[in-house]
Write a protein of this length. Structure first.
Length: 242
């Protein structure tokens, strides 16, 4: 995994069929601490001189406990019903619900019209085919609209002396975004389903890591200064997409 700024890094450990992603934070401490946060994120605080192999081995030994904690917290989060990709079903885009209409046509396509996702299918309109068409549509919109949101957030961020991160889309299990030491901001394509203000919260959260690597007092102070209602937006994001 890529490293975060100034002492934090993203890693993953494979356990059974699961990839456990975690943030590794180096600090002036004598022991290693493993924490699972209520949103499922895993944070490892390790001594600055602890060998990385030792840290990974410790996480692997604690993998079963980490997954158990993630499952415990997950039971308190609202569940999005599985999508069946059939006519009349609702799907999100930028925080709004659109009903799904599946129509025969000469060519495959997806368009938004009058509160509907109108999916045109040439041939058999199986749920799997409709899903692929919608996924492709979402991916194309994410590539364009998430760049636009980064542009807007960067313009509002106190960025003097900082380098604007590059953006890439990456599927992540437990995180909406991450920032690497190489200057890359990674966002989950699924964010395109969230309200715009929630997308901005994720982006600004990661931009704050340009200044503060961890989630300590300095980070929280900066986040609250730039986005005073960040807690409401975080909660709304979890209610919308989790």
């Amino acid at each position: 995994m890529t490293a975060s700024v100034a002492g934090a890094a993203m890693h993953s450990v494979r356990y059974g069929g699961a990839d456990i992603e975690f943030e590794l934070v180096r600090a002036d401490r004598a022991t290693l601490e493993i924490a699972v946060l209520p949103d499922g994120a895993v944070v490892i605080k390790a001594p600055r001189d602890a060998p990385e192999d030792d840290v990974l081995a410790r996480v692997a030994r604690r993998a079963r406990w980490i997954l158990k904690q993630q499952r415990y917290f997950a039971q308190f989060r609202p569940r999005t019903l599985p999508r069946r990709y059939v006519g009349g079903e609702t799907h999100l885009y930028f925080g709004r619900q659109y009903r799904l209409a599946i129509e025969p046509g000469e060519a495959d396509g997806v368009r938004l019209a009058a509160g509907w996702f109108r999916v045109t299918v040439a041939g058999e309109a199986s749920p799997e085919r409709v899903r692929r068409l919608l996924d492709d549509w979402y991916a194309e919109k994410a590539r364009r609209r998430l760049v636009e949101r980064l542009d807007a957030c960067w313009a509002a961020f106190p960025s003097a002396g900082l380098t604007r991160p590059e953006l890439r889309l990456r599927r992540m299990r437990t995180r909406w975004g991450s920032l690497s030491a190489a200057g890359t901001l990674s966002l989950r394509p699924d964010l395109i389903r969230a309200p715009r203000e929630c997308i901005d919260y994720v982006i600004i959260h990661e931009l704050c890591h340009l200044v503060h690597a961890d989630h300590g007092r300095g980070f929280r102070s900066l986040l609250e200064r730039v986005l005073p209602d960040w807690e409401r937006l975080k909660h709304r994001l979890e209610l919308t997409l989790v």
